[in-house]
Design a protein around this ligand. Structure first.
Ligand code: NAD
Ligand code: UDP
Length: 337
């Protein structure tokens, strides 16, 4: 089976390519390198021993998408490409709607033209807004509080309407909780440009000396230690979730929605402690005001994915932090240019 992986040079996409190859599925990467580096291909080669096909292109380029899908006899698409920084999305809403919403519409149109009708979409737990209770099941109400989240929600709604009108299509919405960690080789990992927005890469950069201290955004939430609680999931577990979705429902027509999380909540201070243990470094932190738009707690009920996909996250918090540390300490400045 040949799978077009849009955004395959990025953090989650590159790790998913490794697991695709492991499952004897051939990934063809389609990425414009807006938020990733070309050297990812040599790392993928190093880790998998295989040469991956890479097409440099933008998902808003329909002609290039159609010709790529035809050239490589694509059977299904896993769609990671998009912009993902919440704060930036507030400053640049048009760019976010253009890349994430328009980009997805162009992609689906190209798939239709190329006769490909199986799609897996990277959605996010952000579509649950501020949930009334935890754990969160897939039937919880959805809402958005910023343009990034709204773009994910809009895409989910567009794809839902499109699938209704085209019942022979298989469309899977995967709602990720908080992906962290790296491939165990230490050769691939998360390489944010500029100051990291997310907790784990920020903590890792403090540990390696690139940042002075972590600002903990709020310690007065109604949580056990007052700091925000999230469902951190190892990126390799997340990658496995895509293989499970592709092989279990990728050829089954319908709209399929799954949470990909562990079902466990950890606080900011839990993560700091786990990271200190994994790295042997102490992480300096200061309590700072709450970050606008943050919620107190969010974790998944992952039972549906286990029941229907036979998938369950297996990697521990210790593995998440150890693998992050291996990647960060061996590649303190991320991927080479
Ligand atoms: P990433 O930025 O590392 O990877 C995205 C890739 O898409 C990059 O390589 C980038 O160059 C490429 N890209 C962006 N716009 C493109 C375009 N118009 N055409 C072609 N390529 C383009 O991000 P990631 O963390 O790997 O996230 C992958 C997907 O998962 C995104 O859609 C993101 O919104 C979603 N997601 C991420 C998280 C997270 O915390 N990392 C959580 C929930 C959902
Ligand atoms: N967080 C923090 N300091 C940071 C980054 C994040 O205290 O520099 C907290 C944030 O308030 C939230 C948790 O860490 O409670 C996870 O934030 P992240 O941005 O990684 O993911 P989110 O769940 O917001 O998508």
């Amino acid at each position: 089976m040949n799978v077009l992986v849009t955004g395959g040079m990025g953090y989650i996409g590159s790790h998913t390519c490794i697991q695709l190859l492991q499952a004897n599925i051939t990934p063809i990467i389609f990425d414009n390198l807006y938020n990733s580096k070309a050297s990812v291909t040599s790392r993928l080669h190093e880790v998998t021993g295989q040469e991956l096909a890479f097409v440099k292109g933008d998902i808003r380029d329909k002609e290039l998408l159609v010709s790529t899908m035809r050239q490589y006899n694509i059977d299904a698409v896993i769609h990671f490409a998009g912009l993902k920084a919440v704060g930036e999305s507030v400053q640049k809403p048009l760019e976010y709607y253009d890349n994430n919403v328009n980009g997805t519409l162009v992609l689906v149109d190209a798939m239709r033209e190329a006769g490909v009708n199986s799609l897996i979409f990277s959605s996010s737990a952000t579509v649950y807004g501020d949930p009334h209770t935890v754990p969160i099941t897939e039937d919880f109400p959805t809402s958005a509080t910023n343009p990034y989240g709204r773009s994910k929600l809009m895409v989910e709604e567009c794809l839902t309407d499109f699938q209704k009108a085209n019942p022979d299509w298989s469309i899977t919405l995967l709602r990720y909780f908080n992906p962290v960690g790296s491939h165990q080789s230490g050769r691939l990992g998360e390489d944010p440009q500029g100051i990291p927005n997310n907790l784990m890469p920020f903590v890792a950069q403090v540990a390696v000396g690139r940042r002075e201290y972590l600002s903990v955004f709020g310690d007065d939430y109604a949580t056990p230690d007052g700091t925000g609680v999230r469902d951190y999931i190892h990126v390799m577990d997340l990658a496995d979730g895509h293989i499970a979705a592709l092989t279990k429902v990728g050829d089954r027509s319908g709209l399929h929605t799954f949470n990909l999380g562990t079902g466990n909540g950890s606080s900011v201070l839990d993560m700091v402690k786990a990271f200190e243990q994994a790295s042997g470094k102490s992480i300096a932190y200061k309590i700072a005001p709450r970050r606008a738009g943050d919620i107190a707690e969010c974790w998944a009920d992952p039972a549906k994915a286990e029941k229907e996909l036979g998938w369950k996250a297996t990697r521990s918090l210790q593995q998440m932090t150890q693998d992050t540390w291996r990647w960060q300490s061996e590649n303190p400045n991320g991927y080479p240019e």
